[in-house]
Design a protein around this ligand. Sequence first.
Ligand SMILES: NC(=O)c1ccc[n+]([C@@H]2O[C@H](COP(=O)([O-])OP(=O)(O)OC[C@H]3O[C@@H](n4cnc5c(N)ncnc54)[C@H](OP(=O)(O)O)[C@@H]3O)[C@@H](O)[C@H]2O)c1
Length: 374
Amino acid sequence: MSERDISSAIEDVISKVEELGSKMGESFREFRESETVETFTEGVKKGAKTAADGVSKGAKLAAGGIAEGTREFSETIKSTNAARKAEKADRHEVRLSNGVRIPLVGYGSYLATERDGRRTIIDALNEGYRYIDTARFYKNEHEIGEAIEESGIKRDEIFLCSKVWPTMLGAEKTRESFEATCESLRTDYLNMYLIHWPKVSQSDEEWVSKVRDTWAVMEELYRAGRIKAIGLSNFLPHHIRPLLETAKVRPMVDQLELHVGYMQEYTLAYLKKAGIVAQAWSPIGRGVMLQDDRIGRLAVKYGKSNAQILLRYLVQRGIPVIPKASSPDRMRENLELFDFSLTEDEISYLSCISEAGWSGEHPDIAELEGTDGR
Ligand SMILES: NC(=O)c1ccc[n+]([C@@H]2O[C@H](COP(=O)([O-])OP(=O)(O)OC[C@H]3O[C@@H](n4cnc5c(N)ncnc54)[C@H](OP(=O)(O)O)[C@@H]3O)[C@@H](O)[C@H]2O)c1
């Protein structure tokens, strides 16, 4: 073969490589338009560089470039698949205003450790729960701390939420309560910290200033990284407004009693506008709503339990839930909510069910004076 023939063959290969490179570029572009994933962009950059290198170094290197490009391409596809999985997982989470994500289904621990102590929390972790809701008032933070330690699950894989009790509002007491919570939970930070109730009683005239002072401490702890998200619980719009007048950091969450039969739509609309995520406590109405025939009919239709219909209704509306269950079977059942959907009409129908299963607990009538939240 003459030198000329060799050089024309090389030209030939180079032009084919360029053509292939351009096709790969096209595919990358199309793919990138449909998937905004950082790792993907990285992959594209690497792939393009490899192809360009291959072209400039001639046929031999170009062949290497193709192989390398193909490898990069398949790596990119792999990372895109991983991103897709993460995206799928994302659909089981809610993003708070500061970017922190909370699982749509968490484990509610009120009275959960009464019978079997930390064993119940270990069961919940084994069933896949990674969000644990507790409060200083529940008196089970130490059992949760022990359970997490015993489970061997890394602290940063678990989302821990606790709450300061209304008898502990005010700057000094809030600090004291927060540190006691961290010590019991065997951690130096909380993923979320909430003000449990806005006031101790109807006659609590100091509640606004106490809430504001507590909030200022929570903001300080948030800025210091000791709390990743700060929020409220049982706050209605008329409790939130005075807080917002002085707050520097807006609350990210308001945990409320929410379930079919007690949806507090006025407060939900207010929270949505204010960018505060509503989270549901007693999402199955403490068991009362499980007896409801209207729920039972939908359960038969979907081949699901009544509890799953009640929970699905909330998560489908984008409201995170924290059901409490004592057995591993029920814990598992309450997590399996993502393989069916209620229709829009059913969501509308369930939203119109008039008051049923309300606990009777209300921030403006609660009498919590003398209770122990230390
Ligand atoms: N921020 C607040 O003021 C506040 C107030 C109340 C509660 N919370 C939080 O919200 C969490 C949940 O609320 P909650 O415990 O009052 O009520 P809930 O979760 O609506 O209901 C719990 C009851 O439902 C039963 N249950 C759970 N899953 C079931 C299933 N799949 N099938 C049949 N029955 C099932 C449980 O029975 P077993 O336990 O026998 O399985 C328990 O009796 C609490 O644990 C707490 O973390 C917060």
